[in-house]
Design a protein around this ligand. Structure first.
Ligand code: ZN
Length: 340
């Protein structure tokens, strides 16, 4: 593997590749930008602001490929006329709120890291990403993808890559990479559910609902409830996610299918959360959070190692309720992953 921080973009390369091959110019351009960011050797994150308080800075790249761009809204300032700025500001706040209020985490690094984001990055840029120290949002091309600041779960997904980077540091390839992606989907969805005060059975369990432009045959980028059903469109192709280990996709693409095989642990989380009932961020989310941040998970953890970590976390956290750990074991078994 190459050293450095991976580019954790919300739209996987195989989706943009397909669009590019069909001659969709914004996808060609977006792929080139993604490749440039992947190749960039990023500096380590700046020193933490050492404050437990939420501290957001939103910048405007002005449709250029400049980071961070011009500062347009800082913490505590009122909304501005640019909706993308306000969506980014609110999404960073919603993500901070879930991690702080549900798990006692002080920002992404647990040390009060300032949350920086740039909006209007590039022109018709079809992606959003965490580059190791800030969030970057494209506007989308308006034909396939809309504004990437519009979905709070996408923002939660990207910032969770930061949490994983500062905790288990899961390698971004094959099963550890699929776990890395899945954890971002899990907490991204929980950010949305927490903001909407939704119980597990009321949530849509979609990632990026509303991101696809009108006319695209699909509801979102991924479905945790029914992996493989989020879209089926002549231009985008069909959602390739499996929901069970027997359908694991062996591929050299997408870092070994990190955005594909994440469907398996995603579905295990969905099954656990709906089996336990109530707010998913409470018990199911707590167990996943404990497993991620418990310092025992190796960076090259596979699905089985992570499943075992969640069962151990459930036993430790809910020692007087052994049925919780049993439910975790059952959820993994339903997707073909043994936690024994
Ligand atoms: Zn991701």
């Amino acid at each position: 593997m190459t050293a450095g921080v991976p580019l954790c973009a919300i739209v996987p390369p195989y989706v943009l590749d397909r669009l590019a091959e069909a001659g969709h110019e914004p996808a060609v351009h977006s792929l080139a930008l993604d490749a440039a960011h992947r190749a960039a050797r990023l500096a380590p994150p700046p020193a933490a602001a050492a404050s437990p308080d939420l501290n957001r800075v939103i910048c405007d790249s002005g449709h250029l490929q400049h980071l961070p761009g011009r500062t347009v809204r800082t913490e505590g300032r009122p909304p501005v006329s640019d909706a993308s700025v306000n969506h980014a500001y609110d999404g960073l706040g919603a993500t901070f709120a879930l991690f702080s209020e549900a798990y006692g985490r002080r920002s992404i690094d647990d040390q009060g890291l300032r949350l920086d984001a740039s909006v209007h990055y590039g022109r018709d840029y079809d992606n959003a990403f965490w580059n190791g120290h800030q969030m970057v949002f494209g506007d989308g091309d308006g034909e396939i993808f809309g504004d990437f600041t519009a979905c709070v779960d996408v923002i939660g997904h990207e910032l969770t890559h930061g949490v994983t980077q500062f905790t288990a540091g899961l390698e971004y390839h094959d099963q550890p990479g699929a776990l890395n992606e899945s954890l971002s989907d899990v907490f991204g969805s929980l950010v949305k559910q927490y903001a909407l005060h939704q119980d597990a059975d009321a949530a849509d369990w979609l990632i990026g609902a509303g991101l696809l432009a009108p006319g695209v045959q699909g509801v979102a980028l991924r479905s945790m409830k029914a992996p493989g059903t989020a879209y089926d469109d002549p231009r985008l192709g069909k959602d390739p996610q499996p929901a069970h280990l027997r359908d694991y996709v062996h591929t050299a693409e997408d870092q070994g299918g990190v955005h594909i095989n994440s469907g398996i642990p995603n579905h295990a989380f969905y099954l656990l959360a709906t089996a336990l009932g109530g707010p998913a961020w409470e018990r199911a989310g707590r167990i996943w959070y404990d497993a991620l941040t418990g310092r025992r998970l190796p960076a090259d953890a596979d699905f089985t190692a992570f499943a075992r970590a969640t069962v151990a976390a459930a036993r430790a956290r809910y020692a007087t309720e052994p049925s919780v750990a049993d439910t975790v074991t059952a959820a993994w078994a339903q997707v073909g992953v043994s936690s024994a």
